[in-house]
Design a protein around this ligand. Structure first.
Ligand SMILES: Nc1ncnc2c1ncn2[C@@H]1O[C@H](COP(=O)(O)OP(=O)(O)OP(=O)(O)O)[C@@H](O)[C@H]1O
Length: 296
């Protein structure tokens, strides 16, 4: 049963088509990254799912049911950084949030602990680092112990330490069994934190699926020999050869039409009289795959 299932969601702002026929499923227990450049529709999509906006067309289910207040109570959301009171402590701020969201105050120590803020719970919010402020924001989304968290760009504006703190927290929450849906334009973050990804460009879904499947779509082999020119001629004759590029160091990066076992390639080259001095399986990073997808 998907936690969230989108069917052909479209949304326009006047003439701007912010989302166009977007469909994908978020599996339970996943850390699902919605990845796209600025203006690709990530916030619009999360706003529709969290009932801040309504879609023009299409529909979606939450926990396999029509969205209702009951399902939404099982989802903690963080669409923008909440306006915490600067002079109040983290604890007092969470009391305010708990009152607004009608969540029990008894849950406050638990969420502070999860966010690693127990030791500083009585310090004024204004004394917090940016990373701590964002962790407090995530703690506020965790009040009531929802099974699902929706976070819009949780690392936005943070320094590397803050990014790392938030990343660690997201991973811990995932390990504790939460499903996390997060928008991000940080490819590195999606690659390191997310199990699944949906890539949006100008409101259209380019692809979605497990991060591993996206990254490994285009494995390639990097090869070199004492005579790379001769090697190039040989490689181009390989029955599965598709395309090739040369690195600044003169190594050949080869994409085949179908998976080619490195050992078999080594054998094949030696049969053609070429001995490989370099043979490495390289994976395109999600960043490369993403840039290629969004440029096309
Ligand atoms: N309230 C609005 N009125 C008009 N156009 C809007 C509005 N909100 C968003 N848009 C437009 O809709 C498109 C999608 O915007 P959206 O904020 O959903 O993208 P995003 O991927 O979240 O971008 P960012 O990473 O910059 O936040 C953009 O072209 C944006 O300019």
């Amino acid at each position: 049963m998907p936690i969230l299932s989108l069917q052909n969601i479209s949304k326009k702002y006047g003439p701007v088509q912010a989302l166009s026929q977007v469909s994908f499923d978020v599996p339970p227990g996943s850390v699902f990254g919605i990845l796209g450049p600025n203006g690709s529709g990530k916030t619009t999509l999360l706003s529709i799912v969290t009932d801040v906006l309504s879609a023009d067309e299409g529909s979606f289910t939450l926990f396999d049911q029509q969205p209702s207040a009951k399902q939404r109570r099982n989802i903690g959301t963080l669409l923008e950084t909440p306006n915490f009171y600067h002079y109040l402590s983290a604890y007092r701020n969470l009391q305010v949030v708990a009152g607004i969201k009608q969540r029990s105050e008894e849950d406050i120590p638990r969420v502070l602990e999860l966010a690693g803020l127990t030791a500083r719970q009585h310090s004024a919010f204004k004394t917090y680092s940016l990373g701590m402020k964002q962790r407090l924001a995530i703690a506020s989304a965790l009040l009531g112990d929802p099974d699902v968290l929706i976070l819009d760009e949780p690392s936005n504006g943070l320094d590397p330490v803050g990014i790392s703190e938030v990343r660690t927290l997201v991973k811990q929450l995932a390990q504790a069994g939460k499903t996390i849906i997060m928008a991000s334009h940080l490819l590195d973050e999606v690659e390191k934190v997310c199990t699944h990804v949906a890539i949006l460009r100008k409101g259209k879904l380019l692809l979605s699926g497990p991060v591993n499947a996206v990254i490994t779509r285009d494995d390639f082999l990097e090869v070199g020999s004492a005579d790379n020119k001769a090697l190039k001629g040989v490689i181009e004759k390989h029955p599965a050869f598709l395309q090739l590029s040369v690195t600044p160091e003169g190594l050949l990066q080869v994409i085949f039409k179908e998976p080619v076992d490195p050992a078999a390639l080594n054998n094949w080259c030696s049969q053609q009289g070429i001995w490989l001095s370099h043979l490495q399986v390289r994976r395109k990073s999600l960043e490369t795959a993403f840039l290629e997808l969004t440029n096309n």
